[in-house]
Design a protein around this ligand. Sequence first.
Ligand SMILES: [Zn+2]
Length: 130
Amino acid sequence: MTERAAGYCEYCRCPAKYSAQSFAIEHIVPRQAGGPTVSDNLALACQGCNAHKATKTMAADPATNRLAPLYHPRQDRWREHFAWSEDFIEIIGLTPTGRATVTALQLNRNGLVHLRRVLYLVEAHPPVEP
Ligand SMILES: [Zn+2]
């Protein structure tokens, strides 16, 4: 699982090796909604993304206030839904799913923004997208 994700949170793309807390294996469709514990329903997530996602699979797109499905790391491609800001510090949602996920999972949390800024200085950010 960690290998498939190449050691990065599959949502905010922060690297596990620079995280103070160990990452979680997250159920994309939560167990309580019938999500199975199989590879296609599991994703590597940092503690922050895992906690903010919790049991959500949908969230409001802030541009339209309509519900949109959250980003699905096994079915969606990250770069189709997200882009980095010009300075690579923030994640920008490109689609309803991207915007809903940025908001619901708080992909531009303070800690992440600071980490990206530091990693960028040492040329360890942004990560190469699969
Ligand atoms: Zn994350």
